[in-house]
Design a binder for this molecule. Structure first.
Ligand code: SF4
Length: 78
């Protein structure tokens, strides 16, 4: 399972980072990005930057996707 964020729709409220800080982070541009371990996938971001969902994080990622006001967190089944 992988996850990505459509930054074009992100409102920058930071809910995803609050719910799953191991997977999501906000950068100085005010938008949220996914992380692959310590690496922030901000180049390029969007659909081209899919991060693997770490063990034990799936429920939090699903909750973040459900709560995301921009509806811009997408979970991909491999
Ligand atoms: S919850 Fe959604 S809209 Fe809010 S910062 Fe995260 S990705 Fe952006």
């Amino acid at each position: 399972m992988k996850v990505w964020i459509d930054q074009d729709l992100c409102t920058g409220d930071g809910l995803c980072e609050e719910i799953a800080p191991d997977v999501f982070t906000l950068l100085d541009d005010g938008l949220a990005y996914v992380k692959d371990g310590e690496k922030v996938l901000s180049d390029p971001g969007g659909a081209d930057s899919l991060a693997p969902i770490p063990d034990g994080q799936l429920d939090a990622v699903i909750e973040a996707a459900e709560e995301c006001p921009g509806e811009c967190i997408f979970i991909e089944v491999e």
